[in-house]
Design a protein around this ligand. Structure first.
Ligand SMILES: Nc1nc2c(c(=O)[nH]1)N[C@H]1C(S)=C(S)[C@@H](COP(=O)(O)O)O[C@H]1N2
Ligand SMILES: [Mo]
Length: 318
């Protein structure tokens, strides 16, 4: 992951916070949000990522977990991506991920749980009320976006499968299908892509399983049909195209820390005080903005999550 600079584009006024507030009655939009998301998510996968109008653009994002910053331009969120299964260029996922078949799709939840299961994605997402969450995302390469996710808390899923008292970590595994994913045919990373969280991180209310974006079904390039979102960590923790969630006693191996253990740690908490060996992490470029802004500890979520790491040396556990 070498740092790459995006082309700067002016923020699309349609997605500015002020414009969203101006367009819609807040209460009305709020009431619509949940039902609308569910209805749209029952659409065939072909509806994803098309240029259809943003029916639910007047979303409110006033919940306790939402940033008050304006969402990034939708074209940047869906056009500037990291997804090495489809290539290493930022434009590759938008170009190639559309061909991925995301239905039918099953997710296996296993390991140290009382109720292991393999469940169809539509059945799985139908079990939980979907929530809108406007989160910052900071890639380890030094760029960031503000993304309007739709999903459910990972905690809700985990409670349902009943982790045993021996479970201490959660391991996530992505699809690795060389027939559908050209990047998997080359050894740029060890496939399948895997990630992991400590169980308390996984249970934190900010930790989201995303199935949608901007009120619509998740575009393939953003990780359809199921993708992890942990907003206080570097973007590479946010594993896309999840097929398996395994509760473990030991800290799982993760793709990027395996590829370069001195550069990418298991924790990967956003930390402006700990530089990447090859570049500074003190600042970032918000895609769509000119210049750089300061990177915040825990990506600005310190008040909610710093307590998870009390007493830990965050330079050592980076
Ligand atoms: N399966 C998979 N998930 C992945 C990646 C990947 O290459 N493969 N890239 C990660 C990285 S480095 C980042 S920054 C984010 C990017 O998410 P976005 O493209 O939706 O913004 O996805 C993460 N999830
Ligand atoms: Mo990243």
């Amino acid at each position: 992951m070498k740092p790459q600079e995006p082309t700067d584009q002016p923020a699309d006024p349609r997605y500015s916070r002020r414009e969203l507030l101006r367009q819609g009655g807040l209460g009305f939009a709020g009431a619509l949000a949940l039902g609308g998301g569910l209805e749209l998510l029952t659409r065939r996968p072909g509806a994803a990522g098309t240029a259809e109008p943003a029916v639910f653009a007047a979303r409110t994002y006033r919940g306790p977990y939402d940033t008050t910053e304006p969402p990034s331009r939708l074209g940047d969120i869906t056009g500037y991506n990291n997804y090495y299964e489809f290539g290493t260029d930022k434009a590759d996922p938008a170009r190639h991920a559309g061909a991925l078949r995301t239905r039918p799709w099953t997710v296996t939840i296993d390991g140290l749980v009382r109720k292991p299961q393999t469940v169809d994605i539509d059945t799985l997402q139908g079990r939980f009320p979907l929530e809108d969450r406007l989160y910052r995302m900071r890639c380890v390469e030094g760029w960031s976006l503000v993304i309007p996710w739709l999903g459910f808390p990972l905690a809700a899923l985990l409670r349902r499968v009943e982790p045993t008292s021996a479970a201490r970590y959660v391991k996530f595994t992505a699809l690795a299908d060389p027939k559908q994913m050209p990047g998997v045919r080359s050894p740029i990373l060890s496939w399948p892509y895997t990630e992991g969280l400590r169980l308390d991180e996984a249970m934190h209310p900010l930790t989201l399983m995303a199935v949608g974006l901007d009120g619509r079904i998740l575009p393939n390039q953003n990780g359809a049909p199921l993708r992890l979102v942990v907003p206080w960590k570097y973007g590479f923790k946010n594993i896309k195209a999840i097929v398996r969630i395994t509760l473990t006693a030991q800290q799982p191996e993760t793709t990027w820390s395996r590829a370069a253990p001195d550069e990418y740690g298991f924790y990967a908490n956003v930390n402006p005080a700990v530089d990447h060996p090859r570049w500074s992490q003190a600042t970032e470029r918000r895609i769509g903005e000119l210049g750089r802004r300061k990177t915040l500890p825990f990506n600005g979520y310190g008040a909610q999550v710093a307590g998870l790491y009390k007493g830990m040396d965050l330079r050592r556990f980076f």
